[in-house]
Design a protein around this ligand. Structure first.
Ligand SMILES: O=P(O)(O)OC[C@H]1O[C@H](O[C@H]2O[C@H](CO)[C@@H](O)[C@H](O)[C@H]2O)[C@H](O)[C@@H](O)[C@@H]1O
Length: 411
């Protein structure tokens, strides 16, 4: 997992050790992690209000069924959002106007390249829905050979990492590229470059070796939760076994309960099963993604924190000449978008349930974005928002490769 010497960013150089206050700023931590076996550091625990049933706030506010549905917004919802934004009564007119307002990223690539000029790029990629198509069976979410080659190529020039909700092993199995860094379980399992100051700071960060025998840093902030997650996984498999189409996936530090193939009339049963299990585990929380309910530890760690951790490990954080690019398509990716502010380039690739209206969004952000839905761009970013439309979306088999090709060409 060594970075190649021809990377624009010299990522393995260990600079002066980080001060604790600097690291705190990055990670929002006030204390190091508790040693394995000891109670988990209270500062990392998220305080998430629960009802007796254990229902999360966001699920509660719109009703669980709505929340499960909204995990893949329909075209209707998209049109409603656009209508609201543009005050146009006709969805079709609103959509076309929206397209004019947010031009194609590919057509605007020169502008993006200018912005990137002189900067060291670091690329962060989500897996499902970004590098691979969304498919019915999660075990079959393979990335294409073309996509693999292009990611391999880009990693020759820019440090590249995949940050996925899957287990790290699983996503590595799918991608199979040794030249990347991998963060699984929504960032709770990171294998990155060795950086002594990072290892020193994080108690759950240890030196390890990757499959090729290279020395790496292994960071697993939710290590204490492993037995709990295994237990929950087994319970969920047992309890959902009679719901046709429901599947449970062990993502090591989190568990996914898929309802994509469950008849909508039975979604309530899926929900109830999950509630039945997690109500016994106050240290676990529930989130939802694309037709999936995800059970994860209540720790203050997500894809955004993982991104910061990787930038730090790569010696690329807090540098004016670094341009991190994040490509993702899901709610969990918003955690990563949120940490990229200032002059970073954000890329949001979002897909719609009916696969008719898809777009990829690139935002050169000026400030932190607050997402409240799909897609509600803030006014002040208008001139810097680009969209890549249907024809390059992953579900049509072409995906983000033109964007990456352009990046390579512009370097
Ligand atoms: O962070 P990601 O890499 O995007 O992973 C998020 C979840 O992706 C997978 O589920 C999603 O993709 C499946 C395959 O296309 C699809 O069948 C499912 O409905 C989607 O939710 C993965 O299976 C989950 O474990 C990840 O958490």
């Amino acid at each position: 997992m060594d970075l190649k010497s021809n990377h624009n960013a010299p990522v393995l150089t260990d600079s002066a050790p980080l001060s604790k206050s600097r690291l705190r700023r990055y990670h929002g931590l006030t204390l190091p992690y508790s040693p394995s076996g000891a109670p988990f550091s209270p500062n990392l625990l998220l305080s998430i209000p629960r009802r007796k049933t254990g229902v999360l706030d966001d699920v509660r506010s719109c009703g669980w069924l709505d929340a499960m549905k909204s995990s893949s917004p329909t075209h209707k919802k998209f049109a409603k959002d656009i209508n609201h934004e543009l005050s146009a009564p006709d969805p079709e007119v609103a959509y076309r106007t929206w397209l004019l307002k947010y031009p194609s990223a590919l057509a605007s690539f020169e502008q993006i390249a200018n912005f990137a000029k002189g900067k060291r790029i670091a690329l962060f990629l989500d897996y499902d829905g970004t590098l691979s198509p969304i498919v019915e069976n999660p075990d079959n979410a393979f990335m294409s050979d073309d996509m693999r080659s292009i990611v391999k190529e880009v990693a020759k020039y820019f440090p590249t990492a995949i940050i996925s909700g899957r287990s790290r092993d699983k996503v590595y199995e799918f991608v199979g590229l040794t030249e990347l860094y991998y963060a699984g379980s929504h960032g709770m399992d990171i294998m990155g470059p060795v950086k002594q100051s990072v290892t020193d700071y994080h108690q759950n960060c240890i030196k390890s070796t990757d499959k090729q025998g290279n020395e790496v840093n292994l960071f697993q902030p939710a290590r204490e939760f492993l037995p709990m997650i295994d237990e929950v996984f087994s319970s969920l498999v047992r309890i959902t076994k009679d719901i046709k189409g429901a599947t449970v996936e062990n993502n090591k530090f989190c568990v996914s309960v898929h309802y994509r193939n469950v008849d909508q009339d039975n979604w309530i049963s899926v929900w109830e099963c999950v509630q039945d299990v997690i109500k016994k585990y106050p240290r676990l929380r529930l989130t939802h993604g694309r037709k999936v309910l995800e059970i994860r530890p209540t720790i203050n760690w997500d894809k955004g924190k993982a991104l910061e951790f990787l930038l730090e490990s790569l010696d690329l954080s807090n540098c004016d000449d670094v341009l991190p690019i994040y490509v993702g398509d899901d709610r969990t990716d918003e955690d990563a978008f949120k940490v990229l502010r200032g002059e970073e380039l954000w890329l949001w690739h979002f897909l719609y349930q009916n696969h008719r209206r898809k777009a990829m969004r690139i935002t050169l952000s000026e400030t932190q974005q607050r997402w409240t839905g799909y897609p509600k761009p803030e006014k002040r970013w208008e001139s810097k928002i680009f969209v890549v439309y249907d024809d390059v979306c992953v579900n049509r088999g072409r995906s983000i490769d033109p964007f990456i090709m352009n990046l390579l060409a512009a370097r």
